[in-house]
Write a new protein. Structure first.
Length: 517
């Protein structure tokens, strides 16, 4: 989905911009219209191409519309303040050509979105390498193949189609399954291979040879190691805008599938290390660092753990939805992640200072696939991973109980309920409750009242009217209840230390699972 801001940036590749103002940069754009509509009916999420003379006809309620304004000669028209999102071109242009260019931008974006969806579904549905490559070839409308760094071909999308290619290298690979030494020298593979390794995204390699076609290439990385590449040959059609981005998506998906099938041995090794941390078999950070260094993992100093699970029992019992599939899919969003699955819970080890940026990237993913995550407290010693696994799972359990609609539950938001949960595991929690609060609980049980819930609600809001509104009662009823609570308990509801003890007592007693969110 293109936003107003990204659409404007792509437009600037075609035309110089004279001025712009984007007040709603994240608003989506789905359509392009040439000129104002005949009637005053405007479509939201649309870019309208207009002349500067038409600015005064723009309605004042236009925050979900992007206006592409064409200047009239040396026109220096002032744009009205009520136009909230616009770009004005620096030079006049043919309106039909501009419309075609903008529609082309949207068409390319739709191709990329379709590719992202279809290839992501391959991961979710646990499709094999051949199916993933075939899907990529269909999206790119050209044949392709996967090679490792020795130039050995591992998979073809369509061998019959590649046999039609008038290309000396391709025919050599089809015959021998690798590049022979004579062609290795002839086509300067000594330069090409490092170039592939050092280029992060898909690129077109143009050819200076009569018997070699241009090709689209992207490297494949498994566990931070250069594994090989995908090559696309323009046999059915020339390369088009968007092909490089689609090939990048294909490379990410394919890397994850190759990891899942243990072609990258480091994947299994690092998961084993995490399991050994959980079991306590690795006792100190020095031992862990020594073992991890052997396959290129040098732990940092900032960690969080996420426990990711299904939202309800029905989903977790559904054998068609595997948490392992989501584990692999997550690699597309957070490529440096490390994770282990225990039952139907996925534990994600995040090596980052900035939990919020990771959480923001994952939030939509969890929303889309009906998952939820509990986050541990920050820790700096990898040996604490075992404790953080338990902590993140408990935060997930507490969060889903108190706020079932939330996607991500952070430790800082649920630290008090977590404290109470920990107390309940290791001691008799009622020992930490004020006797006056226990007396109020007994009163509720005997007479069927809910003064304890009223008390906690009042303590949270510290305002009679707000608390009454939250409980859906009249404020006079709220005042009556507060006086009755004071009468039963003898507590003062104005003393700071008493308020803290009362609040903790309410949490320990689990009053209605009250949560301030």
């Amino acid at each position: 989905m293109l936003s107003f801001l990204s659409f404007m940036q792509k437009l600037s590749a075609y035309h110089a911009l004279k001025k712009e103002s984007i007040r709603y940069p994240d608003s989506p754009i789905f359509h392009v219209q040439n000129n104002l509509p005949v009637r005053e009916t405007f479509t939201e999420a649309t870019a309208y191409i207009i002349h500067s003379d038409d600015c005064l006809q723009i309605p004042k309620d236009n925050q979900n519309i992007l206006w592409i304004i064409l200047p009239n000669g040396t026109d220096d028209t002032e744009i009205p303040d009520w136009i909230e999102n616009y770009v004005m071109l620096a030079e006049p242009t043919i309106q039909t050509e501009l419309t075609f260019q903008l529609q082309h931008i949207l068409k390319v974006e739709r191709r990329i979105e379709e590719a992202h969806y279809k290839l992501s579904q391959c991961l979710i549905n646990r499709k094999d390498v051949n199916t993933i490559l075939s899907t990529g070839a269909e999206l790119l409308e050209n044949p392709l193949f996967l090679s490792d760094t020795s130039t050995r071909v591992l998979h073809w999308s369509d061998l019959n189609e590649l046999k039609k290619v008038d290309d000396e290298l391709i025919q050599c690979i089809i015959k021998h399954n690798f590049v022979t030494s004579d062609l290795f020298e002839k086509y300067d593979y000594k330069t090409l291979l490092p170039n592939i390794e050092q280029t992060e995204h898909a690129f077109i390699e143009h050819s200076n040879y009569q018997k070699k076609k241009e090709r689209l290439i992207v490297k494949i990385v498994i566990e931070h190691r250069y594994f090989g590449w995908i090559v696309v040959i323009p046999q059915k059609r020339p390369f088009e805008d968007g092909d490089c981005q689609i090939l990048d998506i294909l490379a990410n998906v394919l890397s994850l599938e190759l990891e899942r099938n243990k072609i990258g041995f480091a994947l299994s090794y690092r998961e084993n290390l995490l399991f050994e941390l959980i079991s306590g078999r690795i006792r100190n950070q020095e031992e862990f660092n020594l073992r991890a260094k052997g396959f290129g993992w040098i732990p940092g100093e900032h960690f969080y753990t996420m426990a990711i699970g299904f939202r309800d029992a029905y989903q977790s019992d559904n054998q068609e939805r595997s948490i392992t599939a989501y584990k692999n899919h997550l690699g597309m969003i957070y490529p440096t992640y490390k994770a282990v699955c225990i039952g139907n819970i996925l534990y994600l080890l995040l090596e980052t200072k900035d939990l919020e940026s990771v959480a923001n990237n994952l939030d939509n993913f969890f929303q889309t696939y009906h998952l939820a995550a509990g986050c541990s407290h920050h820790f700096s010693n990898i040996i604490e991973f075992s404790a953080s696994v338990e902590q993140s799972l408990e935060i997930l359990r507490i969060g889903m109980k108190q706020n079932p609609r939330q996607n991500i539950y952070r430790f800082q938001e649920y630290n008090m309920p977590y404290l109470v949960s920990t107390l309940k595991k290791y001691s008799q929690p009622n020992y930490f409750c004020l006797p006056e609060i226990l007396r109020l609980q007994a009163y509720d049980q005997e007479f069927g009242t809910d003064y304890l819930d009223t008390l906690q609600t009042y303590l949270f809001f510290r305002n009679v009217i707000t608390a009454a509104n939250h409980l859906h009662i009249h404020r006079n009823t709220m005042n009556y209840r507060i006086q009755k609570i004071i009468e039963i308990t003898g507590l003062k509801l104005t003393e700071g230390e008493d308020l803290y003890k009362i609040w903790l007592s309410c949490l320990i007693l689990g009053v209605n699972g009250f949560c301030p969110h």
